[in-house]
Design a protein around this ligand. Structure first.
Ligand code: SF4
Length: 327
């Protein structure tokens, strides 16, 4: 089995917040294990508040874990020293959800796109201009865009600027946090196609975060489904989209409008109730309060990811449900 590029091991993020009853512990991400392989797009999907954005931020170091490790090719980023850590961090870049919020309106595109590069050390103005021009061209923007301000661009163009800002660092892996959810439907597919083209041309690896399973299914090679801070299912895109094992994934899939899917199949899993909060989540299986198949055991025992088929962990299909048997 090929070694993965990125390894998440026991990744956990808890933080305290104020609640009506006083201080409370938010379990945003809990004991998460995941591998991301070079050259793939891993879709990370789940409802709002499931911990996917926190996971994305943990990967690139925008927040630090409470427990657990983020490793690049087996090197724990928290244990790397100054220069090695800087180099490793440079290989992991982030595309923010909302280009309107993430681009400083007072800065010209040249300064926005080159900010990370300038922070890394001294670089001459001509070289900087060349590098900015190159990445603007890679994302389909004219070179003279560098002398304009963000408000002079459409939403889709602003997201291209956000992508250029990540690309200029020559990353190996880009974490894209809901990169199309703030855009008009008409430009969403353009951004997805651009990301696909860049992946092929530059050999990139993506972690693509979204709440929309249809968009994730379109761009991903593998999909990991999150619920209330945990991965409940992970596997190749075909398996997840056509033969989901976990009741939550089945429910997400049945919510996608598709005239070719029979009403009987779409009605297979209907969820009731809101997602419980990450403060004091349900015991055992966190999905049990909404799961139509829950049984007493589900309140007692935490279900862990199990592979379908002996020895098929790694890139194989795994789900965390007491009722799913290995085949
Ligand atoms: Fe439902 Fe139980 Fe499976 Fe959780 S472990 S998904 S509650 S059947």
């Amino acid at each position: 089995m090929a070694e993965s590029l990125l390894q998440l091991r026991g990744l956990t993020k808890h933080f305290t917040t104020r609640s009506p009853k006083g201080k409370a512990m938010v379990q945003a991400v809990d004991d998460l294990y995941l591998d991301v392989y070079e050259g793939e797009t891993l879709g990370l999907v789940g409802e709002s508040g499931c911990g996917k954005t926190t996971t994305a931020q943990l990967i690139v170091g925008l927040t630090t874990p409470t427990r657990g490790h983020v490793s690049l090719e087996g090197n724990d980023l928290a244990e790397l020293g100054g220069k090695a850590r800087k180099l490793a961090r440079r290989q992991l870049q982030y595309i923010f959800q909302d280009p309107n919020d993430s681009l400083d309106p007072r800065m010209k595109v040249r300064a926005i796109v080159s900010e990370g590069l300038r922070a890394q050390g001294r670089i001459g103005k001509p070289e900087l201009t060349d590098k900015v021009a190159e990445v603007l061209s890679q994302v389909g923007l004219p070179v003279d865009a560098m002398d304009r301000f963000p408000h002079e661009f459409s939403g889709g163009q602003r997201q291209r600027i956000g992508i250029a800002r990540a690309l200029i660092m020559r990353p190996r892996l880009i974490v894209a946090d809901e990169p199309i959810s703030a855009l008009d439907v008409s430009v969403q597919s353009q951004i997805l196609n651009l990301m696909g083209d860049l992946k092929r041309e530059l050999g990139l690896t993506y972690v693509f975060v979204a709440h929309n399973l249809a968009a994730v299914g379109y761009i991903s090679d593998r999909i990991a489904v999150m619920y209330l801070g945990r991965i409940v299912e992970v596997g190749p895109v075909e398996d997840i989209m056509t033969a989901p094992q976990h009741p939550y994934t089945q429910a997400l899939l049945s919510a996608i409008p598709d005239p070719d899917v029979s009403a009987e199949r779409k009605a297979r899993i209907r969820l009731s109730g809101d997602v419980p909060g990450p403060i004091d989540p349900p015991s055992g299986c966190r999905f049990r309060t909404r799961c139509p198949l829950a049984e007493p055991r589900c309140a007692e025992e935490v279900p862990f990811l199990k592979p379908r088929g002996a020895g098929k962990a790694g890139r194989g299909h795994m789900s965390a449900c007491h009722l799913v048997r290995s085949q």
